[in-house]
Design a protein around this ligand. Structure first.
Ligand code: PLP
Length: 402
């Protein structure tokens, strides 16, 4: 009997999520390797010149050049699409390559985009600096205010762009409501799902058209490689995204794709355990610092909405201290186990001070409008025993006078 492969969508779509994460997209070579093969090749050879011509004409199946296709990258793309419930996905060299491609591939001078104010710093650079430079107007709204999205629509509005929960403010966007508003107006929604991942939240099931990822975060999950992905309908990917990416080249390396393939096998386990750990740490911190924002805490202003659209609170929280930058830096410096690092989604717990690192490039008024104060810290919880993380905070908070 022929073994079921991870390539046949009629079979793989029926698999449960854990099976998709381990076997989805797998294409074995004639050697029958169990683990996915790593194809470090930039080009492909043809049996005859006619084959080369036919492949370039799109009349023959097969690969031509690794800027366009690579077997290892394709395995990852199919697995991500399956896990997301998307018709298709394409991988990019980083999360920012994915966000840039997802927007620029569909927007032209004269178009208008509405974006949420609470976003990753570089995503705000796209909306505030890059797009306007090319004649694409942008309006920034409070992403948590459904009416604000509706009010910002103009006849030339082509796209809505948001992330939820947002980095680093943990603002939660009502995906179903905002996507409904967009759909009624013929607007494409692009949802950055890096913080929740498909394990906790599937924006397409709630009406999002395009889901984009930094796979650097939870998908790799062990702080090794940069990667990104864009998921959408087959039509969007083939007709809108591919002409942009094939010619501009934000291609993911096969090696990095292979690392992320390995990461996806344990994504569900890690996301759920790290979310459990995060909730435990958040409950401790809530008693010790003036304010903690974490979607699974009842004190989060959008707790109910977050728990409606997410299966758990995720791995990231933010804390607010009253003593400004000095106290925030003091707490970071007093930590012995938790690393000072601006990455998130690692198996190690990491903390950063966004105002002086990830969001330092934004104007102060933009930062404050987003809710990023001098006393704010962003904490990404890893796979350590949460009691060790709590013990580290206990001693560090004491040293920081808290
Ligand atoms: C990290 C991050 C990005 C950018 O991803 P890179 O892989 O670092 O380029 C985009 N959006 C969110 C929400 C992120 O956390």
């Amino acid at each position: 009997m022929k073994k079921k492969t991870g390539q046949d969508r009629s079979i793989t779509q029926g698999w449960r999520p854990a099976t998709k994460a381990v076997r989805g997209g797998v294409a074995r070579t004639e050697y029958g390797e169990t683990s996915e093969a790593l194809f470090l090749t930039s080009g492909y050879a043809y049996d005859c010149a006619g084959d080369a011509a036919a492949r370039f004409a799109g009349e023959q199946q097969g690969m031509t050049y690794s800027r366009l296709q690579n077997p290892t990258v394709e395995m990852l793309e199919q697995r991500i699409a399956l896990m997301e419930g998307a018709e298709a996905a394409r991988c990019m060299a980083s999360g920012m390559a994915a966000m840039t491609a997802a927007l620029l591939c569909q927007l032209s001078a004269g178009d208008h985009l509405v974006g949420a104010k609470a976003m990753f710093g570089s995503c705000r650079w796209l909306t505030d600096t890059l797009l306007p430079r090319f004649g694409i107007a942008t309006t920034i709204v409070d992403g948590t205010d459904n009416d604000a999205w509706k009010a910002a629509i103009r006849p030339e509005t082509k796209a809505f762009f948001f992330e939820t929960p947002a980095n680093p403010t943990l603002d939660v966007v009502d995906i179903a409501a905002v996507c409904g508003i967009a759909r009624d107006a013929g607007i494409t929604t692009v949802s950055d799902n890096a913080f929740a991942t498909a394990c906790l939240q599937r924006p397409m099931e709630l009406g999002a058209d395009v889901v984009a990822y930094s796979a650097t975060k939870m998908m790799d999950g062990q702080g090794r490689v940069l990667a990104g992905a864009v998921c959408g309908t087959e039509k969007f990917i083939v007709e809108t995204l591919l002409p942009f990416t094939r010619n501009t080249g934000p291609t993911l390396s096969a090696f990095n794709a292979w690392v992320v393939l390995k990461g996806l096998e344990t994504l569900d386990l890690r996301v759920r355990r790290q979310s459990e750990n995060a909730l435990k740490v958040a409950r401790f911190l809530e008693k010790r610092v003036p304010r903690v924002l974490y979607p699974a805490l009842a004190s989060h202003p959008q707790h109910e909405l977050a728990m409606r659209q997410m299966e758990a609170g995720g791995t990231i929280m933010s804390l607010f201290l009253d003593g400004g930058r000095a106290q925030a830096h003091g707490l970071l410096d007093a930590l012995e186990l938790v690393d000072i690092s601006n990455n998130v989604g690692d198996s190690r717990s990491l903390m950063t001070h966004p105002a002086s690192t990830t969001h330092a490039g934004l104007k102060e008024e933009v930062r404050l409008d987003m809710g990023i104060t001098e006393g704010m810290l962003r904490l990404s919880i890893g796979l350590e025993d949460p009691d060790d993380v709590i013990a580290d905070f206990d001693q560090a908070l004491g040293k920081a006078g808290l």
